[in-house]
Design a protein around this ligand. Structure first.
Ligand code: NAD
Ligand code: UDP
Ligand code: UDP
Length: 327
């Protein structure tokens, strides 16, 4: 039986998305190798999988070469929150570029299919709305977000050059804002910030006037898109947008979180960070056509599950009454 198991490596496997992906891959009957340096990931995210003999963890920074034998690779290693990727911008660029080169070199040596977690940030502060995959973006190459945006853009270039030069089977997805259980409480991204602030009764910090928009995808939907993308034939390379096209202003998100938590928190306004995109929403037509994929979890449902998770984590009673155990 074990001879037919696929060996799948997930870089960034102890992070928010990576841990959900590892869980899903194990449930499908694969051997999973989780590679992580714990920069933003947590052992708590993967602790429940450790007893599984088909799950293996390696503490490793992908900026250094890695020699293992695997059939498929999902490359998720990279801090994703603006606060964290700007904390050590040089390391962020190294992770995106040198990490991609090592992962691609490994894939080339063993003939593995290789998946890249790219991002809607490749579109920068977009002038085309909603964003389609053929839009080339509006990125400031010198600003504080560039370490991430340009790093991810160049990683895409590397993936397509390894494809052209070495015929590597590649899969590139561009992920739009995704949220859910296992985000770090100090992650700094908007959904986790607002929920943690609301549960603690702290002020809800809106940056700018809150008119900027985002479209939020629940993690389970995104992981389904990953799996479908990896299962496509060699002719499908992407890039493919994955996200939920339900777009809302950040101010509305704050109001909805406060109402769902039943929080006494008040909303306060803070300066808008430099180069913060004013609007963002995926066009998911390509994912629908290629993968038969679309999000199924409504924002309210996803927020309630995430509130429940953080309430459990912080030891605060959830007033949402959703009642599912945090994961
Ligand atoms: P996360 O910060 O929770 O996970 C990233 C993981 O990568 C962490 O476990 C971290 O420790 C690990 N890591 C970072 N640098 C590493 C290195 N050099 N070597 C090994 N491990 C390293 O973030 P996430 O939301 O789970 O994001 C996962 C991937 O998806 C990232 O590549 C991110 O750019 C991409 N993405 C996520 C979103 C989103 O909304 N969640 C949106 C766009 C793109
Ligand atoms: N690499 C790796 N694991 C492997 C094979 C390669 O980490 O199993 C690294 C290797 O250190 C190299 C990078 O991947 O720096 C790119 O490898 P490639 O073979 O594409 O390029 P080259 O070694 O010719 O520079
Ligand atoms: N944001 C906010 N308050 C917060 C955190 C973020 O108003 O406490 C805003 C941020 O300025 C941006 C949006 O929410 O306009 C989404 O930010 P996030 O960091 O989640 O991800 P981004 O989409 O900017 O990468």
């Amino acid at each position: 039986m074990s001879l037919t198991r696929k060996r799948v490596m997930v870089t960034g496997g102890a992070g928010f998305l990576g841990s959900h992906l590892c869980e899903r891959l194990l449930a499908q009957g694969n051997d999973v190798l989780c590679v992580d340096n714990y920069f933003t990931g947590r052992r708590d995210n993967i602790a429940h999988m450790l007893p599984d003999p088909h799950f293996e963890v390696m503490r490793h920074d992908i900026c250094f070469p890695l020699y293992v034998e695997v059939d498929e690779i999902y490359n998720l290693a990279c801090p994703a929150s603006p606060v964290h990727y700007q904390h050590d911008p040089v390391q962020t660029t190294k992770t995106s570029l040198i990490g991609a080169i090592n992962v691609l070199g490994l894939a080339k040596r063993v003939g593995a299919k290789v998946f890249q977690a790219s991002t809607s940030e490749v579109y920068g502060d977009p002038t085309v709305h909603p964003q389609t995959e053929d839009y080339r973006g509006n990125v400031n190459p010198l600003g504080p977000r560039a370490c991430y945006d340009e790093g991810k853009r160049c990683a895409e270039t590397l993936f397509f050059d390894y494809r052209r030069q070495h015929r590597l089977p590649i899969k590139v997805v561009r992920i739009f804002n995704t949220y859910g259980p296992r985000m770090h409480p100090d992650d700094g991204r908007v959904v986790s910030n607002f929920i943690v602030q609301a549960l603690r009764g702290d002020d809800i910090t809106i940056y700018g006037d809150g008119s900027q928009t985002r479209a939020f995808c629940f993690v389970d939907d995104l992981i389904e898109g990953f799996i479908r993308m990896m299962a496509t034939g060699a002719e499908v390379t992407g890039p493919v947008n994955l996200g939920n096209p339900h777009e809302i202003p950040v101010r509305e998100l704050a109001e909805r979180v406060v109402a769902l938590v039943g929080s006494p928190s008040k909303i306060v306004y803070r300066p808008l960070p430099q180069d913060d995109p004013m609007q963002r929403c995926p066009d998911i037509g390509l994912a629908q056509r290629l993968l038969g994929w679309g999000p199924t979890v409504e924002l309210e449902q996803g927020l309630l599950r995430t509130i429940d998770y953080f309430a459990n984590l912080l030891g605060v009673p959830a007033k949402s009454g959703v009642g599912t155990a945090g994961r």
